[in-house]
Design a protein. Structure first.
Length: 267
């Protein structure tokens, strides 16, 4: 296991009186300026001049759509097309206006025009010269965040299963890391919400660092060797990321006085 703020560790097998709640890591749905692949650009150019057949539109495709905060290209594609996986074609219908489909912003309006059995998507101006709403603003100081407000391509839950946060470590980097040593009821698998028992660095008790906040750890599998395909030389070790875990209770030792006066320690 790896503290989210400190050194790395791994998951392994034994027993200790410490409860740990497992939780999968969430993917941040942050819009990024991803590069456009040649295949995506080729698909877009093929349909840019002609649009897509009306038969490819979703049954309830609207005549216009205003991009909202929280939208994704996946979701918008599903609004206009039968299958969201065809989002490059949605971009292709508007290639002159949306030069990078990863840079679409809330408030932009998409209009759907249908001509000769084909559909085209335009942005900003309604087809046929239809009037659009005029927004009047007065001079004043306006504050906006520095973060990128463009919408992401896919919602986090769609791509989360495919994310890989493996780390590369040295041969002995994980030897002293905290380890999962047992699970309740002799279970051999741990999933979201389960508890596990853990030992800290070098087998010491895993102690809560600050009672005012929750200690969070990243969980990895035991590292495996990465070898040069030609010489078989070990280049490093890869530890596969499994998820996050929160420290529920530290391991504690409390003295207990027995009826005969003897003092013993309990965990």
């Amino acid at each position: 296991m790896v503290p989210t703020k400190a050194a790395p560790g791994v998951a392994s097998g034994a027993f200790v009186a410490l409860a740990l709640a497992g939780a999968l890591a969430s993917a941040a749905a942050v819009a990024q300026n991803f590069p456009i692949t040649p295949a995506q650009r080729s698909t877009a150019q093929q349909v840019a001049s002609r649009g897509v057949p009306l038969s490819e539109l979703a049954p309830n495709a609207p005549d216009s759509y205003t991009v909202k905060s929280g939208d994704t290209l996946w979701a918008i594609s599903g609004v206009f097309l039968k299958t969201p996986w065809r989002w490059p074609e949605l971009w292709g219908m508007n290639i002159e206006q949306v030069r990078n489909p990863h840079r679409i912003y809330p408030g932009q309006v998409l209009y759907l025009e249908k001509i000769d059995g084909m559909a085209r998507l335009r942005m900003g101006e309604a087809p046929g010269g239809m009037p659009t709403e005029t927004i009047r603003v007065s001079p004043r100081t306006r504050i906006s965040g520095l973060g990128d407000p463009s919408i992401p391509t896919l919602p986090a839950h769609v791509i989360e299963p495919f994310l890989n946060e493996a780390i590369i470590v040295g041969a002995n980097d994980l030897d002293a890391a905290p380890r999962i040593v047992a699970a309740p009821d002799t279970r051999v698998m741990i999933t979201r919400g389960d508890r596990a028992y853990v030992r800290g660095r070098n087998g010491s008790p895993l102690i809560e660092t600050d009672p005012r906040r929750t200690d969070t750890y990243r969980v990895f599998r035991n590292a495996v060797a990465l070898r040069d395909p030609l010489t078989s030389t070990i280049l490093g070790y890869e530890a596969k990321y499994l998820g996050n875990a929160e420290l529920v209770r530290s391991e504690t030792v409390q003295p207990v006085r027995m009826p005969n006066g003897e003092t013993v320690a309990t965990i």
